[in-house]
Design a protein around this ligand. Sequence first.
Ligand code: NOJ
Length: 873
Amino acid sequence: MPRWRAQAFLAAISLASAQTFPNSTTPPTNGSSSPLNNADSPPFYPSPWIEGLGDWGEAYAKAQAFVSQLTLLEKVNITTGTGWQSDHCVGNVGSVPRLGFDSICMQDSPLGIRFADYVSAFPAGGTIAAAWDRGEWYRRGYQMGQEHRAKGVDVQLGPVVGPLGRNPKGGRNWEGFSPDPYLSGIAVADTVRGIQDAGVVACTKHYIMNEQEHFRSPGNFEGSFVDAISSNLDDKTLHELYLWPFADAVRAGTGAIMCSYNKINNSQGCQNSYLQNYILKGELGFQGFIMSDWDAQHSGVASTFAGLDMTMPGDTDFNSGLSFWGPNLTLSIINGTVPEWRLDDAATRIMAAYYYVGRDTASVPVNFDSWSRDTYGYANFYAKTGYGLINQHVDVRFDHFRSIRRTAAMSTVLLKNNGVLPLKGTEKWTAVFGNDATENAYGPNGCPDRGCDNGTLAMGWGSGTADFPYLVTPLEAIKSTVGQNGGVVQSVTDNWAYSQIQQMAKEASVSIVFVNADSGEGYITVDGNMGDRNNLTLWQDGDALIRNVSANCNNTIVVIHSVGPVLVNSFYQSPNVSAILWAGLPGQESGNAIADILYGRYNPGGKLPFTFGSDAAEYGPDLIYEPTAGSESPQDNFEEGVFIDYRAFDQKNITPVYEFGFGLSYTTFSYSNIKVTKVPAGEYTPTTGQSKAAPTLGNSSTDPAQYQWPSNFTYVNTFIYPYLNSTDLRTASQDPEYGLNYTWPAGATDSTPQARIGAGGAPGGNPQLWDVLFTVEATITNNGTLPGDEVVQLYVSLGGEDDPKVVLRGFDRLSIQPGQSATFHADITRRDVSNWDVAAQNWVITDAAKTVYVGASSRKLPLSAALDTSDYR
Ligand code: NOJ
């Protein structure tokens, strides 16, 4: 059976299954196997249609007006990609020339513009998260949006909150923000607002549970076929952990969401009707469109019914020239399988997102080409046709380098300091060590999609990258500072030149060692790491480098550039290691930012958005690196539930090396005077009522003759068009099984009003979840002699037996002058003190006693108070 047929079959058999996700991770008492093993995903149909909920009314009306003018072929065109490398962007849909409507352009990445020149390389998501600064998250989003807009991009393929970061070895964690859902939720919402305020649609991705690279798609593994991994989870974990930041993104108005490669409870991400129809479009009231990850669509009709709105890049496999949609979508409408309202809905959602962010006035023609840097070349790169001007080399960087430098410094976390930092710049003899201090000999963009670990690490590898306009290395920035002060500065950047390293370390008054650990997307393997990290150790012999230096210099400062936590056991307690900094993946201004910190031009205030442990096993279940069931989907059972990162360490009573939320400053802060005030709020009422019936915006002819190729049409090879090859539908389908009596999911074609979902009602979920129930204040005092920033954190103990010890529920980054105090203020919402109730299928405030804590990290919580929730239950 061809692969997509197998998928369609799977969607059909899942009809017989339970009505919700499994409701528990508790293993059966007979101890046999995980209750999640082979979990299935219940069906949910029909796919909810856009209604203009929340502030989407105007965009919805404009989109309806636009789509109402379209022919069937034009509607198919704007939902179907034109094929891999068929057009200028990493993905394009067809255009509507009759109305002067250009193809919509989708472009990576979450940290800038991929495949383009004269663009900025911003700090990665997992790095900027360490700034804990809403304003900077918004500004970064806005600036990325400005750059995309000026290049002619309609949809930026970012930000990322899936992977969330279940396991630190996950190859793409660094593209997202943090394994904490609250922190990720605020960061994604601010980023979405920023991008969209600049007039570009944000595509939040990858929905959902795309937590590792191995087996993310069906394909060959060491010579044998292995189906896509299935991330299996229960309903409570879905809501309280992985879905949480997606809800924030939807509430912030994200125009697009990309469904993921993996299966979830054994149903493929882009045709999972429960997650797309029920959860995303139903419960979360998502009004934008769902686009497939690249070739993550594995069926035609099944994915259409399961809520997919746009297929990317449009072909079944790269350059196959075939599509599950395109002509097949046309055909499925005229033969009556798919009702036209479903296609209308997909097109309306796409256009609503377009109007929601103001693309109708913001759009400029695409002025770059993803596949070539030549000024002149082929418009259709794969087909080698359409020769002409393809790259106008428009510089879209504005003055973004300033905020890139500042936010990279703001995101740097000081982990250890025995008083050596800040350096004065007047040290007599500064030695710099490590290939991470210097240039990639091939140039900063010398490895395609940054797929190597040469030179200083400032972003991971894969599609989540941008070309550096330049990359300021740590060595050049340190040299510049020391040189200006007349000091001596030298370096050894070959990590294996042991004797030269040892000799130089002996002479130095201060040694600064740069080390790193990299990861990326699974289509590139670097040093044996197939996207995911094989372990948490430093790369490039980093531990030996630190040992060689610190054994010979009692003033050794270690700077770590990494995609996430690394094991620091071999050096962090050494008295000769006088300071340690985590600088993440800082982007183009890397060297300047770290020099600003080292020399005290910027007082560090970043805090860890994840935990540094001392053993990879402390983080919970490992990634799956080998097939577990022959060619069948590896079953990845998320049995740890909501206990990832600090929640796992707290649960198992493991003392981390550096805990979540930890970070030092060149000054010190004290905490006092917690004050909790109750805010009157109405009773929580589940949403009730019904939607309207699905609108049908067109009633297209079912005559196949209307949909044939236009005469004298010059087609581009492998480009996906909406036209039929024949008036005989069986021939047009190119499917030998055409006409077999398929049964499609019950309810899939039902256009009558549908019941609303109790936990839903507006984009993001039931609006009352954001009612403020408490305000919390505390006093923070700067006790040192330098001005500095303190990231004040608020945690809540939800009090139940199954709850983590504490969960993050508020924070603020305060700048405080020496000797001065500032007031920390946070709101606690209903959602913040609720648990997901699998029976009620809603959020509830349990009667377990709840406590609020305020402090400097997840483990330094000097202030606490009871939260009396009795009035809100
Ligand atoms: C696959 C990646 O998973 C996705 O994040 C990216 O946007 C697309 N490729 C397009 O490059």
